[in-house]
Design a protein around this ligand. Structure first.
Ligand code: PAF
Length: 275
């Protein structure tokens, strides 16, 4: 695997590399990332990845400073799964001056759910992804469904700016007890780790309720939040939405997804299940 720290070096290396499949990351890789890379590998002539902890998508009180940086271990995992080119710029290379131009997704999509609790998050994500797309110029990029709203926003960004990139969704990878793999799981204490799958189980109960024909979605959502609260969590939202645009479903809409976010101790976990 070739590691590039400059935009110019990375672009030069990709000249003539053929069809590029791309998986962007912020590092601290786990099996979820590796699965996305395995999925992306046969989609191109060459597999490119990026490793950049993007300051723009962290709020002032969030964990930008402490976000785990595990460069050597990440490189080993990427090389083992067949990444050909890694773009790993430092902050100065990505943002030589404070970023003054941004991609701001529509509030109806970006200020709900995650965006309500993480103001500016999707502006930061959309801006860095646009910049990475401009640097990498992939033909295909794989994004995990674990970040369901992010996936929707990237799909819309590509469509609205007519970028010639196919966005391919990757399934969420779970531990045996159901917990969705996430870099932030590493923040959990042993006791919190044992408690953490309750979020998945609470969303599963909502999914079963919807499948069983329960149409009072608010009742299902409130029930899941109460269950989490009863076990010491601080739920932020549990919401049944339309898969396509994450807006409220009308009666008898199908193609739904249950999404949730909750704090367990000081760790914020998110998850979702398609119905
Ligand atoms: O999902 C992530 O890891 C990040 O949001 C991404 C897409 C790499 C942008 O920084």
């Amino acid at each position: 695997m070739d590691i590039h720290t400059t935009i110019a070096g990375f672009r030069a290396a990709l000249q003539g590399a053929g069809r590029v499949a791309f998986v962007p990351t912020m590092g601290n890789l786990h099996e979820g990332h590796v699965t996305l890379m395995r999925q992306a590998k046969p989609l191109g002539d060459c597999l490119a990845s990026s490793l950049f902890v993007n300051r723009l998508q962290f709020g002032p009180k969030e964990d930008f400073g402490t976000y785990p940086r595990t460069f050597a271990a990440d490189c080993e995992k990427m090389a083992a799964v067949g990444v050909d080119h890694l773009f790993a710029p430092d902050e100065k290379e990505m943002y030589p001056a404070p970023q003054a131009y941004f991609v701001s997704p529509d509030a109806a999509q970006a200020d709900i759910l995650e965006g309500e609790f993480r103001p500016g998050f999707f502006r930061g994500v959309a801006t860095v992804v646009m910049k990475l797309f401009s640097i990498v110029q992939p033909q295909v990029a794989v994004f995990g469904k674990k970040d369901y709203q992010q996936l929707m926003i990237i799909r819309n960004l590509v469509r609205e700016f007519a970028l010639p990139i196919a966005i391919v969704p990757g399934e969420t990878v779970r531990a045996e007890d159901g917990l969705a793999l996430s870099s932030r799981n590493g923040y959990l204490s042993a006791a919190e780790r044992a408690e953490a799958p309750r979020l998945y189980r609470a969303l599963e109960a909502v999914r079963q309720g919807v499948r069983a024909g329960e149409r009072d979605l608010a009742r299902l959502e409130q029930g899941a939040m109460a269950e989490l609260r009863a076990h010491g969590w601080i739920p932020q939202y549990v919401a049944v939405r339309k898969q396509l645009d994450l807006q409220l479903p009308a009666a008898h809409d199908s193609g739904l997804v249950v999404l949730g976010a909750a704090l367990l101790g000081s760790t914020r976990l998110i998850d979702n299940l398609e119905v």
